[in-house]
Ligand binder design. Structure first.
Ligand code: FES
Ligand code: FES
Length: 169
């Protein structure tokens, strides 16, 4: 039997419906199967706080929280977030009241250019949620996936320490 035109026609790419809670708001979206969470946030939803640094899971600039756990949005397909609760840097504050980790970053001057900062803060909140860091060395180790090209590491560490271990002042 010979092929009909329909057999050989290129099929259009199919987008997938997903539902998620994003920064406290329920969303129903259609995403292409290869769309990363980072591109969904930045390109489709205009949430540009999460940054694209390397796009390869190596810098942490894109870190967001999925069900309270930190993930690299550049390595997470949007379709994998169906049913998830997502929090980005835009959703951390409670209205005008900054999240304690955001306040600590300001208090400890834990940024210079600020490009890595949203990922650092989301990662630090995830670290606090994990409850595994007991001292400075563990904080440094568990934050090692978040790079800062400005080298603001000591102040970032101080800010996270203040929240996770308690501010000595
Ligand atoms: S942009 Fe995702 S880890 Fe660098
Ligand atoms: S503050 Fe500039 S990259 Fe971290």
């Amino acid at each position: 039997m010979s092929a009909t035109p329909n057999d050989t026609a290129v099929q259009p790419f199919v987008s997938h419906p997903i539902r998620l809670t994003l920064n406290g708001r329920q969303r129903e979206l259609n995403v292409l199967p290869w769309t990363t969470l980072l591109d969904l946030l930045r390109e489709q939803l205009d949430l540009v706080g999460s940054k694209k640094g390397c796009d390869h899971g190596q810098c942490g600039a894109c870190t967001v929280l999925r069900d309270g756990k930190r993930v690299n949005a550049c390595l997470t397909l949007a379709v994998m977030c169906d049913g998830a609760e997502l929090t980005t840097i835009e959703g951390l504050a409670d209205g005008d009241v900054l999240h304690p980790m955001q306040q600590a970053f300001i208090k400890h001057d834990a940024f210079q250019c600020g490009y890595c900062t949203p990922g650092q803060i989301c990662s630090a909140v995830g670290l606090a949620n994990e409850g595994r860091a007991r001292d400075t060395a563990q904080i440094q180790e568990l934050m090692s996936g978040n790079l800062c090209r400005c080298g603001a590491y000591s102040n970032i560490r101080d800010a996270i320490e203040a929240v996770v271990l308690g501010d000595p002042q």
